[in-house]
Design a protein around this ligand. Structure first.
Ligand code: ZN
Length: 67
């Protein structure tokens, strides 16, 4: 198969919350167990629609919208 060598572990939970490029997208504040994060509008929409959830890389708790 063509999946060899392709990292799939983070496919469902994308942790690249740090160092991501900010384009024109507004940011949305999310809180976890150890602090706060900001998601792009695209990710925010996915969370709000229940299509995806994001976990904090450090505390492994789900990010919750904090406004
Ligand atoms: Zn955390």
């Amino acid at each position: 198969m063509a999946f060899l060598g392709v990292p799939q572990a983070e496919r469902c939970h994308n942790f690249d919350l740090q160092g991501i490029q900010v384009h024109r997208q507004a940011r949305w504040g999310y809180a976890c167990g150890c602090g706060s994060h900001q998601l792009s509008t695209t990710r925010h929409n996915r969370v709000q629609q229940g299509r995806q959830s994001y976990l904090c890389r450090r505390c492994r708790q789900p990010l919750r919208y904090s406004g």
